[in-house]
Design a protein around this ligand. Structure first.
Ligand SMILES: Nc1ncnc2c1ncn2[C@@H]1O[C@H](COP(=O)(O)OP(=O)(O)OP(=O)(O)O)[C@@H](O)[C@H]1O
Ligand SMILES: [Mg+2]
Length: 335
């Protein structure tokens, strides 16, 4: 693998729920949402990691912890060798420059009362990039780079279409020439016809700027198209990770197989299918043992008791499943 740009170790982020009357009556501490519950992975420079999993499994929270938009409870987020968790707020600015984000809904993250040029200028000002004069031409260059015209800088976010607004969101993320871009469902608020254009824009920029990317998406077809590796999250943990072609050809975790089964276009011919049943359980009451066991067709007595660790089973391929591991050890593949 390429030299790691990002190394996340045992990252945990829990959100305490408000104190309820029941908590008071039982004299217990308020319950917590275990949004990110021990996540570890590395990401090589210039690589793209696709991050998939059902709604509420912790993808955005993980992204926000890496961006230090949330302070994780514990763990390490080592970026270019420096643990960002140990960096004080005052020393974060250079890292905020090097790690940027594109959100699902750029409208929510753009100031509606400010022209787009002003928004972009502000970003350059905060980070003291170039002289004021250079900043003006950098804004024009950024708008052009994302397929808008320099004249669009005079417009307010509300005057753009959804696709154009996402282009502005991307321009803002690129203004600081980041090394790592976290794209959190950047296409899902857009019309299907526009999605392909924005996807192509991201791919072009990734190639020309050599970006390292975490691409969070529900759309397995897009993830397969643009990721070098895919990580599958379930209830706050990564349950499988593999190079993209390998993951789609030989998924090992029953949850991954279930996710792929739900999208016939990405299923391999003759591969085992698992229907995904039931609602995702709450991240407040995470089942004992393997957190997937209540929905798992393969579960054994061990799965009810013992949480499986993420283990390397094939080159570059890790999985957290007692049964998948046992099947492979027995020489069979579950798929
Ligand atoms: N600021 C917050 N305060 C309290 N709970 C939160 C907060 N942010 C997220 N959560 C909870 O943490 C869990 C993970 O949420 P998160 O937004 O990370 O999921 P996600 O995988 O990004 O989902 P989606 O695919 O719907 O975007 C959910 O149960 C969510 O309700
Ligand atoms: Mg999300």
């Amino acid at each position: 693998m390429a030299e790691p740009l990002l190394e996340v170790r045992d990252l945990v982020k829990h959100f305490p729920l408000p104190h309820t009357l029941l908590d008071a009556a039982l004299r217990r501490r308020p319950e917590t949402v275990r949004a990110v519950d021990g996540v570890s992975f590395t990401l090589g420079r210039g690589n793209t990691l696709g991050l998939v999993g059902e709604s509420g499994c912790g993808k955005s929270t993980l992204g926000r912890c890496i961006l230090r938009l949330y302070d994780a409870d514990r763990g390490e987020v080592r970026f270019d060798g420096v643990d960002l968790m140990q960096v004080t707020e005052g020393e974060l600015l250079p890292y905020r420059r090097r790690i940027q984000v594109v959100f699902q809904d750029p409208y929510a993250s753009l100031n509606p009362r400010q022209t787009v040029a002003k928004t972009l200028l502000e970003v350059l000002d905060v980070h003291r990039i170039g002289s004021p004069r250079e900043r003006g031409s950098r804004v024009a260059q950024l708008l052009t780079q994302v397929g808008l015209s320099p004249g669009d800088g005079h417009k307010y976010p509300g005057e753009f279409s959804g696709g154009q607004r996402q282009r502005v969101g991307i321009a803002r993320a690129l203004a600081l020439e980041p090394e790592l871009l976290i794209a959190d469902e950047p296409l899902s608020a857009l019309d299907v016809s526009i999605q392909a254009q924005i996807l192509q824009l991201l791919l072009d920029l990734r190639a020309s700027l050599g970006l390292t990317m975490i691409f969070i998406s529900h759309d397995l077809r897009v993830v397969r198209y643009l990721s070098d590796d895919v990580a599958v999250m379930y209830l706050g943990k990564i349950v499988e990770r593999a190079p993209t072609a390998e993951l789609f050809a030989r998924p090992q975790h029953p949850y991954t197989i279930a996710l792929l089964s739900a999208v016939p276009e990405v299923g391999g011919a003759g591969r085992e299918e698992i229907p995904i049943e039931g609602e995702p359980p709450s991240a407040v009451r995470i089942p004992r043992g393997c957190r997937f066991h209540p929905r798992c067709p393969w579960k054994t007595a061990r799965c009810l008791q013992e949480s499986p660790d993420l283990k390397g089973i094939l080159p570059g391929h890790t999985v957290a499943c007692h049964v998948a591991e046992a099947r492979l050890a027995a020489g069979g593949s579950p798929t």
